[in-house]
Design a binder for this molecule. Structure first.
Ligand SMILES: Cc1ncc(COP(=O)(O)O)c(C=O)c1O
Length: 399
């Protein structure tokens, strides 16, 4: 199927579907007519096989207690093996109702109030919440920003770990919002530092499948780094939700290779609740892993084209705006500060450009003047958003 046909078949108007991204614009931004480029989900219907599997399950008409069938494990493990060369074992895997929920549970299980928990900023804002809502000490190490290319400040990471009694590091890999896929070298250094200082690692790998140039920037799970050397001190959280646009089917994974950590996690979870699996989430997830590869390749091609459109338009008309190298995730991060005063960003983006975006300061207070745009959408929205930014910037500069 060519790209135009794919877009025609799968791109959908989401208005009036209780979509947070589109139907809550008035409530969240005070303007229902903005182009929604914020929440990290897509304007594309899920793979046909997923719709079919869920439709069949719904036609059965019974949603009694369920368990995870072997076919789910097979489809997921086969996906991880073929796509990322990662071999998983059934007893390592636990299910959750969302990665953020699991981050909260993991912070509670593996740290005490007051313990230091490290994150690399700017980063997906629920990382801050999971730490601060639980009264742990937030420890941040700022990524180095070289003209929109972000790298880890290893000396600062080591210093922060040493001076703050850090017990846990939550990493984002690939990194939302700066679009990096960490290299094996970077990950090895980072995980070795955590090993040296006895810091447990939670690796949020929900964006693992959004690799835009896998030849040059392949995603490598923290469980695979250095041939699995760090498996005993890493817990991975991931899900089919970002990859296949299934967020509200509330089915996610917690992967814990180490038996002692797993026992602690199970004991902590059992104290709080009995976890039932989400039958539609697992039905959709299994079908997606088994049959969704071709669909995903179309999505990645669209994201690549959307990124190329935005990047080349800004390079031609507003070269002073810094656009991240988009290696992973479908979220592009723009630094507008050369043209727009940071405090005026919101007025510029919303009132002039007509866009609903994620603002930089949501990802770290010192990133006012940056915005994050979601590119996993119908190209018509990216074209309009880009053209609006170029037009409004030109008007601003000519004032
Ligand atoms: C890094 C990261 N983790 C977690 C999530 C959300 O996961 P969930 O919806 O499963 O809680 C997102 C969504 O954007 C994300 O970017």
């Amino acid at each position: 199927m060519d790209q135009a046909t794919f877009i025609k078949q799968y791109a959908t108007n989401r208005a009036n579907t209780n979509s947070l991204k589109w139907d809550a614009l008035d409530q969240r931004y005070g303007n229902p007519d903005l182009i929604a480029m914020w929440v990290a989900d897509m304007e594309f219907k899920v793979p046909e096989a997923v719709t079919q599997a869920i439709t069949e399950r719904v036609a059965h008409g019974i949603y009694g207690y369920s368990y995870t069938p072997d076919s789910y494990y097979q489809a997921f493990f086969n996906w991880e093996q073929t796509r990322h060369g990662l071999t998983l074992q059934k007893d390592w895997l636990r299910f959750g109702s969302g990665v953020v929920n699991s981050l909260y549970a993991l912070v509670n299980t593996f740290t005490k109030p007051g313990d230091g928990v490290l994150i690399l900023t700017p980063v997906y804002y629920p990382f801050f919440n999971a730490i601060q809502d639980n009264h742990r000490q937030l420890v941040t190490s700022k990524l180095i920003n070289d003209q929109g290319h972000y790298t880890i400040d290893f000396d600062d990471v080591a210093e922060k770990i040493r001076t703050n009694e850090v017990r846990l590091f939550i990493q984002c890999s690939p990194h939302n919002p700066v679009g990096r896929i960490w290299t094996e070298e970077e990950e090895t250094r980072l995980l070795a530092l955590c090993e040296q200082y006895h810091v447990l690692v939670i690796s949020d790998e929900i964006h693992q499948d959004i690799e835009l140039d896998p030849q040059n920037h392949p995603f490598i799970s923290a469980l695979s780094i250095a041939d699995g050397r760090f498996q005993d001190r890493v817990i991975v959280v991931n899900a089919p939700s970002k990859t296949f646009n299934l967020a509200c089917l509330l089915n996610s994974h917690v992967i814990i290779p180490n038996a002692d950590l797993r026992a602690r996690y199970d004991a902590a979870i059992n104290r709080l609740s009995q976890t039932e699996v989400n039958v539609l989430g697992q039905t959709g997830g299994a079908a997606a892993y088994a049959h969704g590869a071709e669909w995903l390749d179309h999505i990645l091609a669209i994201v690549r084209d959307n990124y190329a459109y935005l990047k080349s338009a800004l390079a031609a008309h507003a070269p002073e705006i810094k656009v991240t190298d988009l290696q992973g995730t479908y979220l592009v991060w723009l630094d507008l500060r050369a043209d727009v005063a940071p405090a005026a960003t919101r007025a510029f983006i919303q009132d002039q450009c007509g866009l609903a975006v994620d603002y930089g300061e949501w990802f770290s207070p010192d990133y006012q003047g940056f915005v994050r745009l979601n590119l996993a959408t119908d190209p018509k929205y990216v074209h309009r958003a880009t053209d609006n930014i170029v037009r409004c910037l030109t008007a601003l500069k000519n004032k």
